[in-house]
Design a protein around this ligand. Structure first.
Ligand SMILES: *Cc1c(COP(=O)(O)O)cnc(C)c1O
Length: 397
């Protein structure tokens, strides 16, 4: 079904704000407050512990997983939700290494998000030092997939540059040498069309507070290919992944479904927020989102390059090589971003010099993109970023 984008009416965005940071924290969708208030007041407050059954809290992680699955080409029952993305990276990686016990190499790339790399290093420290993590440059990763690699673990869209890996091609190469493929979809889910079934990757993980608008700290998701799930060995063998958690058995016996990748008690309030937030995606076709995203980001690049010649495009120029964000390098990028935010255009800054802008077509239109470029032009041209108040570094950038 085709829908007309944007769907701004689904979101509560403060008056006067142009929000170009939905790639980092999606805005508040309408309906979330009412839904969550009901969960807290009626389900928790009224039903108390009975709500696990009466409000079916116990299956909420699966129901929400299925709604995410529709946006990433994952069949029903193949996506589990809960925990944070860092935990899900660890789980997928540990399970993938178990599938290739004769190999000791994890291949990622130097553009990957630090936590993905740290989790791999931490896992290696736990299981033994004969394991090795390789991190070639993103453009060299395809050729680094050699037949000693156990697992290829990549984030499809680079958080700094927006560069997008070719999921089908890299997965094909990984499988050609017998490696297991893990995709991190943190900047893909809700941003670009993804078809996990077609890609045939073994695992995928992602977070839901970025393009899926699940709110700060929203639960992460993990996908395992349905034909392998019964052989996946969970490294974090929590009771919620047990086949019969309430049998309270002494020994761990994993569920025969993706539920085995659950760990502990699910965050019901946060999952309810996410469930309500996903209403904004009902009937939305990811191909329409992609077309609108390319239109907005091409417009932004054209406007900024015309108006601000000192900024250098740090994202791939070809739209098919980018996710749904555009980055510009600027020596005084931190201060310039603070000035921009102060003038109502919210993006963010990533060290060392990247000004980052996310394009989320559900609630952005062309008029806002042009207005954002005009304000950026004023800040650069008049050097408004020189104001000392924009030099003060916050803990979160
Ligand atoms: C945002 C992001 C994360 C964040 O992980 P959390 O555990 O949710 O803090 C991890 N990996 C990638 C690739 C990300 O973009």
């Amino acid at each position: 079904m085709n829908v007309s984008l944007p769907r701004k009416a689904h979101f509560d965005i403060p008056e006067g704000v142009i929000y170009l940071d939905g790639n980092s924290l999606g805005p508040l969708p309408k309906g979330v407050l009412e839904r969550t208030a009901g969960v807290i007041r009626n389900e928790w407050g009224g039903e108390l512990i009975r709500a696990w059954n009466s409000a079916d809290w116990i299956s909420l992680p699966k129901r929400v997983g299925d709604r995410i699955g529709r946006l990433i080409g994952a069949p029903e029952g193949s996506v589990a939700t809960g925990d944070t993305l860092s935990i899900k990276v660890y789980q997928a990686l540990a399970a993938a290494l178990k599938m290739r016990p004769d190999r000791k190499v994890i291949l990622s790339d130097s553009g990957n998000f630090p936590t993905d790399i740290y989790m791999a290093q931490g896992l290696i420290n736990t299981i033994g030092r004969d394991y090795e993590l390789r991190t070639p440059a993103p453009e060299e990763v395809a050729d680094a997939i050699t037949d000693d690699v156990a697992v290829v673990m990549l984030t499809q869209v680079d958080f700094r540059t927006g560069h997008m890996h070719d999921m089908s091609e890299i997965t094909r190469r990984a499988h050609a040498v017998g490696a297991v493929m893990i995709w991190d979809l943190a900047h893909s889910a809700g941003a670009v069309p993804v078809d996990l079934t077609v890609s045939h990757a073994e695992f995928a993980v992602g977070c839901t507070y970025k393009y899926l608008n699940g709110g700060p700290g929203a639960p992460a998701f993990i996908y395992a290919r349905p034909d392998i799930i019964e052989t996946v060995e969970p490294a974090l063998a929590g009771w919620m992944g047990h086949d019969t958690p309430f049998a309270m058995e002494l020994g761990y016996r994993p569920a025969m479904t993706t539920e085995r990748l659950r760990v502990g008690t699910p965050p019901i309030v946060q999952l309810s927020i996410l469930d309500a937030a996903l209403d904004a995606w009902d009937g939305v076709n990811m191909e329409d989102v992609r077309a609108a995203s390319i239109n907005l980001s091409e417009l932004f690049i054209k406007e900024v390059e015309t108006r601000c010649p000192t900024l250098r495009l740090a994202s791939p120029r070809r739209p098919e090589d980018r996710g749904s964000q555009v980055s510009f390098a600027f020596e005084h990028g931190y201060a310039a971003m603070q000035a921009l935010i102060d003038h109502g255009v919210i993006g963010d800054f990533r060290a060392p010099d990247i000004m980052r802008f996310g394009f989320t077509p559900l609630y952005l239109d062309e008029e806002e993109i042009i207005r954002a470029a005009e304000i950026l032009e004023m800040i650069i041209r008049d050097e408004l970023w020189r104001d000392p108040k924009y030099q003060i570094k916050s803990r979160v950038t």
